[in-house]
Ligand binder design. Structure first.
Ligand code: FAD
Ligand code: GLY
Length: 376
């Protein structure tokens, strides 16, 4: 029957594309339904850091998920290049998590001790050592945690590589089509209603980023989610001024990219679905950035942009099946780390949908019904 698939994926961001790749590789007939263009939202706004240890400071299910996903990038990059010819620009340029005061330095030194459990190559660099590695850093920098094995990717290319690989395995992509609601029959999802008609399917996965909660409300689930806007800009200099990714705090980092641009991010504007880039946001970011690397004030600004991060009430993504409707799954809420988490999200979601991980204790932290008040 026309418009009938095994699986409909709502959202063509990096997570929807990764899930599509894994499912179509297993021989499932998959369609991605995207209201705009592929990777048009957060997934093309990201800096592409794979910063499990800089972003997540404590052990727990999310940290373990992030470490597992981080370890997948090297082989994934080769696999996707072979399958699609797309180079995701995986670069292991290392990361410096800097401390600008002695007080912060004491905190970061504790993190070094802790993080060495996962990677013994991680070390503390004092003020002299850190400027030897990155001479452009300001004299305010008291030292930092050096993670030589950290890397970054080009997130739009990774999203497109997942999608192209899925297409090659027979998946379809329908852009400029919004999913409006779900169709249910006898406790089971049977399809979705879209702006361009009905699509029938045996399973649905909602990978709609920050917009997932609104759609899920129509299924009787009140997910705790909210948007967090992030504004960024990029610069180019005549000669490279940094080689390592420099991460100051969750509101300022510098990511050198293969094309010579340095991405500088990002603001954190909570509860904003409005992606407008504001002079106030860019001014705040520029002030922080110049304080850390003074010479950037003479660089050429290339672009400004923003994206909407999908945050959840407890900071953990939702990956699981609806408690009341069989066949309706969600993979959303990856907040600041959705690029890093995309490989494992694709694999785990596909396995869950195949019925292979239903009782897995590792996934229980990400269940949709982890707070009972969410079901109405
Ligand atoms: P999205 O990319 O938001 O995709 C969801 C898609 O669903 C969208 O394309 C949307 O149009 C579509 N959609 C929504 N509703 C519907 C509907 N009803 N019907 C059809 N389609 C629909 N992460 C990292 O790991 N490393 C980083 O360095 C990093 N940097 C970041 C920097 C910034 C400034 C921002 C904003 C984010 C950053 N992130 C980073 C986070 C990362 O970008 C997100 O976690 C990730 O992109 C989320 O991907 P997603 O596929 O879940 O959602
Ligand atoms: N992970 C970087 C950001 O979300 O800004």
């Amino acid at each position: 029957m026309k418009n009938t698939y095994d699986v409909a994926i709502v959202g063509g961001g990096i997570n929807g594309a990764s899930i599509a790749y894994q499912l179509s590789k297993l021989g499932r007939k998959v369609i991605i339904i995207e209201k705009g263009e592929l990777a048009c939202q957060s997934s093309s706004a990201a800096a592409g850091m794979l910063a499990a240890q800089a972003e997540l400071e404590q052990d727990g299910p999310l940290f373990q998920l992030a470490l597992k996903s981080q370890a997948m990038f090297s082989s994934l990059s080769e696999e996707l290049f072979e399958a699609t010819g797309i180079d995701i620009e995986l670069t292991y340029n290392g990361m410096l998590k800097i401390a600008e005061t002695e007080e912060i330095a004491e905190e970061v030194k504790k993190q070094v001790i802790y993080q060495r459990k996962w990677d013994p190559a991680i070390k503390w660099l004092d003020a002299n050592e850190i400027r030897e590695l990155e001479p452009a850093l300001s004299l305010n920098v008291a030292g930092g945690m050096y993670l030589p094995n950290d890397g970054n990717v080009q997130p739009t290319k990774l999203s497109k590589a997942f999608a192209k690989a899925a297409l090659d395995f027979g998946a379809e992509i329908r852009e400029y089509t919004e999913v409006l609601s779900f169709l249910f029959e006898k406790g089971q999802v049977t399809g979705v209603k879209t702006t361009h008609g009905i699509i029938h399917c045996g399973q649905v996965v909602v990978a709609a980023g920050a917009w997932a909660a609104e759609l899920m409300r129509g299924s009787g689930l009140n997910l705790s989610m909210y948007p967090v806007k992030g504004e960024c800009f990029s610069i180019k200099t005549e000669k490279p001024i940094i080689n390592t990714t420099i991460f100051s705090d969750k509101r300022c980092y510098f990511v050198p990219k293969r094309n010579g641009e340095i991405y500088i991010g990002a603001t954190m504007v909570e509860h904003s679905f409005d992606a407008t880039v504001t002079p106030g946001g860019i001014a705040e970011l520029t002030a922080r950035a110049v304080h850390i690397i003074p010479s950037i004030s003479n660089a050429a600004v290339m672009r400004v942009w923003s994206g909407i991060r999908p945050q959840t009430g407890d900071g953990l993504p939702y990956i699981g099946e609806h408690p009341n409707w069989k066949g309706l799954f969600i993979a959303a809420g990856h907040f600041r780390n959705g690029i890093l988490l995309s490989p494992i999200t694709g694999i785990l979601t596909a396995k869950l949908m195949e019925g292979k991980l239903n009782k897995d204790p590792f996934l229980s932290a990400f269940r949709l019904d982890r707070h009972k008040e969410m079901i109405f």
